[in-house]
Design a protein around this ligand. Structure first.
Ligand code: SAM
Length: 239
C-alpha cells in the first residue's frame, strides 16, 4: 500500500513548441481564441521518427499535453480564476490554473501541416502556449466523443466577452512595413480583444497607463481608453 502512495512517474518531453508568444503576458487563456497565432511543435529524438505521426495528417485537431514550465512548482488548493475578477477562489482542480500539482497543461489545437523532411515538425494554429513549452504527449481529437456543447462549465459558462481594439495610424504604418503585417495585425487584434490586462487593472482604464505585449519579434504598445460604458484598447506603437 505504501509503495502505491510513493509511486513516481518521470515525464520527458517529446518536443517543444515554438510560438508567436515569447512571453506569458498576453497569451489568451484558452486555445482557439486567437486563431491567427501560429506555432510549430518540433519533436525530439527518438520521437521525431516520421513513423510516430503516420496517419496524424488525417486529423484536423490535436490534444497537446504539456508542462507549464514557467510556473512555479508550488501550488495551493485554492486559486483565483481571472474570470472571476481575481477576487473569488475555487479549487485548483475546478480550474485550468497553471499553478497546479504536476504542472500539466492540456490544449486543443488545430493541426495545419506535418513536415517529416528532417525529423518531425507539426504546424499548429490557435495555441495558448509560450514559446519553448515542453510537450509530453500528442493525441488526435475525436469530436464524436469529446465535443459536448451542452456540458455545464461552472464559472466559465461561455466564450469570454471581447473588447474593442483600435489602431493608431502610427501602428498601422509600422504594420505596413512588415512582410507579416496582415497576419500580425490579426494576431494583435485577437490577443488584445481578450483584454490581457490583469483583472485589478481593468478597472482603472482612465489611468492612461501604457502596456506592452510581445508578439513574434514585435513589441506592441497599447493604452486603454474609457468611453461612456466600455473600454477600448488602442495600439499606439509597434516596435
Ligand atoms: N489550455 C491549457 C489548459 O487548460 O491546461 C492552458 C490554460 S492556461 C489558463 C493558459 C495560460 O497559460 C496562458 O494564458 C499563458 O499565460 C500560460 N502559459 C502558457 N504556456 C505556459 C508555460 N509553458 N508555463 C507557464 N504558463 C504558461
Amino acid at each position: 500500500d505504501d509503495a502505491l502512495h510513493n509511486e513516481h512517474f518521470t515525464l520527458s518531453p517529446i518536443g517543444h513548441v515554438v510560438s508567436d508568444y515569447p512571453d506569458k503576458f498576453g497569451i489568451p487563456r484558452q486555445p482557439g481564441l486567437a486563431p491567427a497565432a501560429q506555432a510549430t511543435l518540433v519533436l525530439t529524438p527518438p520521437y521525431n521518427d516520421p513513423l510516430t505521426v503516420r496517419g496524424l495528417e488525417d486529423f484536423s485537431h490535436l490534444w497537446l499535453t504539456f508542462i507549464f514550465h514557467q510556473s512555479p512548482e508550488r501550488w495551493s488548493p485554492l486559486i483565483r480564476p481571472p474570470r472571476l475578477g481575481g477576487n473569488k477562489k475555487v479549487g485548483v482542480f475546478a480550474s485550468r490554473s497553471t499553478h497546479r500539482p504536476n504542472r500539466l497543461g492540456l490544449s486543443l489545437v488545430a493541426l495545419t501541416d506535418i513536415n517529416t523532411q528532417n525529423g518531425v515538425t507539426l504546424t499548429l494554429s490557435g495555441c495558448d502556449l509560450v514559446s519553448g513549452t515542453p510537450v509530453v504527449d500528442i493525441k488526435p481529437y475525436l469530436p464524436w466523443a469529446e465535443a459536448l456543447p451542452d456540458a455545464r462549465s461552472g464559472f466559465a459558462p461561455n466564450t469570454p466577452s471581447l473588447i474593442e481594439v483600435i489602431f493608431h495610424p502610427t501602428a498601422l504604418a509600422a504594420l505596413a512595413q512588415r512582410q507579416d503585417g496582415a497576419t500580425l495585425h490579426a494576431l494583435i487584434e485577437q490577443v488584445l480583444r481578450q483584454d490581457p490586462r490583469p483583472a485589478y487593472q481593468q478597472k482603472d482604464a482612465a489611468s492612461g497607463r501604457l502596456y506592452s505585449v510581445r508578439l513574434r519579434d514585435a513589441d506592441i504598445k497599447f493604452q486603454p481608453y474609457q468611453n461612456s460604458e466600455a473600454t477600448t484598447l488602442e495600439v499606439v506603437a509597434i516596435e
